[in-house]
Design a protein around this ligand. Sequence first.
Ligand SMILES: NC(=O)C1=CN([C@@H]2O[C@H](COP(=O)(O)OP(=O)(O)OC[C@H]3O[C@@H](n4cnc5c(N)ncnc54)[C@H](O)[C@@H]3O)[C@@H](O)[C@H]2O)C=CC1
Ligand SMILES: O=C([O-])C1=[NH+]CCC1
Length: 315
Amino acid sequence: MAEPPIVIWEREVTQLLCPADLIPRLEDALGKFSRRDETEVLQPLRTALPLQKHGGFMGLMPTYMEKDGVLSTKFVCFYKREEGSTLPAVQATVVLLDPEFGNVKAVMDGEVITAMRTAAVSAISAKLLMPPQAEVLAILGTGKQAISHYRVFTETFSFKEVRVWSRSKQGVARFISSVGGPVQGCSSAEEAVRGADVILTVTGSTEPVLLGQWVKAGAHVAAVGACRPDWRELDDVLMKEAVVYADSREGATLESGDVILSGAEVFAELGEVINGTKAAHREKTTVFKSLGMGVEDAVSAQLVFDRWKAKAGKV
Ligand SMILES: NC(=O)C1=CN([C@@H]2O[C@H](COP(=O)(O)OP(=O)(O)OC[C@H]3O[C@@H](n4cnc5c(N)ncnc54)[C@H](O)[C@@H]3O)[C@@H](O)[C@H]2O)C=CC1
Ligand SMILES: O=C([O-])C1=[NH+]CCC1
């Protein structure tokens, strides 16, 4: 009979995950995914079960990394929430299994894993695609992804200026007090993004919040929200002008309203740039469309599990 699974929840996951550990592991995972070698990464397209009554979806994200011995599934519920709602937009749990025995080894809080791995992958896109000497970072949105992106980007890069915008003044005020570091609140998205070298869209919006006419030529946009075919964050002008990258080509063409509705072509996956099979067009305006992939959760959960065992003296 297998041992019962260990439970690693929010506080411990937060203590065990740091950007410096995550980024190299995620770069390796993105490159493996883009090689499409099924003994390295087996990751079917996400199943998104509509939760019609609540305006959301339950995503099922299984991943098997045979060579690395990692088997996991993330269950993630994500919602379009109305302004003023106090309900969370995303709730997630990651299950780590023993691929040989078949038992569940660990059940982990997926909210922190999702926040941190998504921000780390956005940071990888910036490392590859932002203009040289990037000085100004703009963040549109002030929720959980905005906070994790602020933490990862300010720990990974040294921007001279960080700006933030939210649809509510309270959101900006809460964000500024949460992050505790230098950030300038802006009263419009346009004010935040004009002249910015890197722009992060981390909103729950289903309509464009970032317009191409505001974006400086050569800037890099990491677009994290709008993960459904009829949800948008970016307008057609930007999608048509930019060189578009994605975490997964299939994911983008199946789930991204910004790609599907604008008709923009996905030039490359981040993993293809990491593998050297596609160019990083730093000199052009670039968009990284982030949808989220199970392999990112798998390597993050394995890292948490390894760190937890080491801390508990169970190696
Ligand atoms: N690409 C990926 O891997 C992942 C994407 N996501 C997506 O990222 C987005 C943000 O997620 P969280 O930060 O967890 O949500 P959150 O609810 O914590 O924050 C959402 C932010 O967007 C703002 N917002 C909501 N509707 C808006 C609108 N119509 N116009 C302007 N701003 C609006 C809210 O005021 C808040 O500041 C969501 O769309 C979520 O589905 C979440 C996790 C992973
Ligand atoms: O990868 C992920 O966890 C998600 N992508 C869109 C909403 C949640």
